[in-house]
Write a protein that binds this ligand. Structure first.
Ligand SMILES: [Fe+2]
Ligand SMILES: [Fe+2]
Length: 207
């Protein structure tokens, strides 16, 4: 880890993340070498996180327990999106359409189709996306030489760890904690396989 005076110490959240694999330093070095591509992808990811949360609210109005926490989460993700737009603007990087990694689409294909399995899987997959983001934000915060960007990532990773925990707690309102754990372990293994698939694009959730 590269320490510098004044650099904020990132929160180490790996123990609570339930991920089945650890991202390599090689990924972080490649991401930092293509940081503008990663920042643009990050802005799109925050917008997608807000969109996915809103779609959940529209799809499951009968689940009262989801409504307020997911509404708040969606607003927070939009706040992150706006923050990333400001970062891009300050760096002179245009916010444009960008080919995403295959990660989100492949994870979505893992969802079972009948309810309540689908919602359970959606909550667990959402938790895993938050976990992977948190893990990678920590790596970026430790690798970036740019102190402002390092501080941004050190700050954002705490929200993603909280979102991870929220999605798990919501899943435990659908199934028992032990059943959630079983499915979480299965989907975490799939997530690890998907995030490690070779890719020519440098993205937050690429290999
Ligand atoms: Fe976020
Ligand atoms: Fe999040």
């Amino acid at each position: 880890m590269r320490e510098s005076p004044g650099r904020p110490r990132a929160v180490h959240c790996a123990a609570v993340l339930n991920l089945a694999s650890t991202t390599t330093q090689q990924w972080a070095d490649r991401a930092v070498a293509h940081i503008d591509d990663v920042l643009l992808d990050h802005a799109h990811c925050e917008k997608k996180a807000a969109g996915a949360a809103l779609r959940m609210l529209f799809r499951y109005p009968e689940h009262g327990f989801l409504q307020e926490p997911i509404s708040k989460l969606a607003r927070e993700e939009l706040g992150h999106f706006e923050r990333m737009l400001r970062v891009l603007e300050a760096r002179g990087v245009a916010y444009v359409r960008q080919k995403p990694s295959a990660y989100g689409g492949k994870l979505h294909n893992l969802l079972r189709t009948s309810e309540p399995d689908r919602l359970l899987d959606l909550l667990i997959v959402s938790a895993l996306i938050e976990a992977r983001s948190c893990e990678r934000f920590r790596l970026l915060s430790e690798t970036l030489e740019d102190a402002e960007l390092a501080a941004l990532y050190a700050d954002l990773l705490a929200s993603e760890a909280r979102h991870h925990q929220l999605y798990i707690e919501l899943a435990e309102q659908i199934e028992s904690p032990s059943q959630v754990r079983v499915r979480l372990l299965e989907l975490a293994r799939d997530e690890a396989r998907i995030v490690e698939a070779p890719s020519s694009r440098v993205r937050l959730h690429s290999c």
